[in-house]
Design a protein around this ligand. Structure first.
Ligand code: FAD
Length: 288
């Protein structure tokens, strides 16, 4: 289908983009990679009168190491994160997650900021961002604010972003020694979206006692979440297969699981347990 007509702007700076969002408060939509918004527009599920294309703002696409943490500009593509040597060295969970997204065309155009702002309940990035306890920088007319990933995702396709704000940067803390990470997913065969996807970051001491753990689960509920009951059952404990299995079985505890033509709610709950167990075991095996 053909989208309804719209005005198109390609600002060169963040300030210019914010000015356009302020000028068209009820009608403007930010365009990044366009790989979620354009399909929505073609299906007439979205009909913005104004598109503010942030893809030409050169200062929004970068991967930097600042004081141990990785800072990622919002328009950095999935492919850039998948292929960056710095990311592979400092936080391979990001490269692993990026490589799981869609296909090569999607990864070449789609951006991490667009994916997080879109908040699709089956998107891959939210799981990794939650597991890593990343911080999101939002820039609006009155300046910047920083939110924990957990406070950013509100509901299905809903985030803490105001219509006049841009997500500008994702900050990923440095990983301590003896940390292992993994992202495992069951993909929907046609699109690649997660039926269930689980990201794990675990730090253990030399006796395999869990010092820190972050788990992010996508695909199961209306928004990606951290299964706190699993994390709490493992933190401070010596990690063995039996404890991991019994804790992982709580991965969808208290969650209202989604059901659609790809998977029933019961199946998603089952997969959440299985993938959480496997992702923890894989992360643990990667501890160096
Ligand atoms: P856009 O489509 O341009 O924007 C998406 C939304 O976010 C819009 O509402 C827009 O206004 C808003 N927005 C964008 N950037 C910002 C910003 N910086 N600040 C504020 N608001 C912003 N995703 C997966 O996770 N896993 C998959 O397996 C997967 N498979 C896919 C397969 C296909 C065939 C397609 C078409 C898409 C797939 N995707 C998948 C989605 C893909 O990752 C998109 O790139 C991503 O969801 C949106 O990023 P974008 O840069 O394209 O954003």
């Amino acid at each position: 289908m053909i989208p309804s007509s719209f005005e198109y702007f390609a600002p060169k700076t963040v300030q210019e983009a914010l000015g356009l969002l302020a000028k068209y408060p009820d009608d403007a939509k930010v365009l990044a990679g366009g790989h979620s918004l354009i399909p929505q527009m073609k299906l007439r599920l979205a009909a913005p009168g104004v598109l503010v294309d942030i893809g030409r703002i050169s200062g929004l696409s970068y991967i930097r190491e600042d004081a141990g943490k990785l800072s990622i500009g919002a328009t950095t593509t999935h492919h850039a994160l998948e292929s960056s040597a710095l990311v592979k060295k400092k936080c391979a969970l990001l490269s692993e997650t990026a490589a799981e997204i869609g296909d090569v065309q999607v990864r070449n155009r789609g951006t991490i900021g667009g994916s997080l702002a879109h908040a699709d309940p089956a998107a891959d990035w939210p799981a990794a961002i939650l597991a890593l306890e990343a911080e999101l920088k939002l820039t609006g007319p009155s300046g910047e604010r920083r939110l924990k990933a957990e406070d950013f995702f509100v509901d299905m396709l809903a985030t803490a972003l105001s219509p006049n704000e841009l997500l500008t940067e994702i900050g990923v803390p440095a990983l301590p020694q003896r940390t292992g990470c993994a992202y495992l997913k069951m993909r929907q065969k046609a699109s690649g979206f997660a039926i269930v996807g689980v990201a794990v970051r675990v730090t253990v001491d030399s006796n395999q006692v869990c010092q820190q753990i972050g788990i992010g689960i996508t695909g199961v509920a209306s928004k990606a979440y951290r299964p706190r009951s699993v994390e709490n059952a493992l933190k401070g404990q010596k990690l063995d297969r039996a404890l991991i299995a019994s804790s992982a079985s709580k991965a969808a505890q208290g969650v209202d699981a989604l059901a659609d033509l790809h998977a029933s709610a019961e199946y998603r709950v089952h997969l959440a347990g299985v993938y959480t167990r496997r992702a923890i075991e894989t992360a643990l095996a990667r501890v160096k």
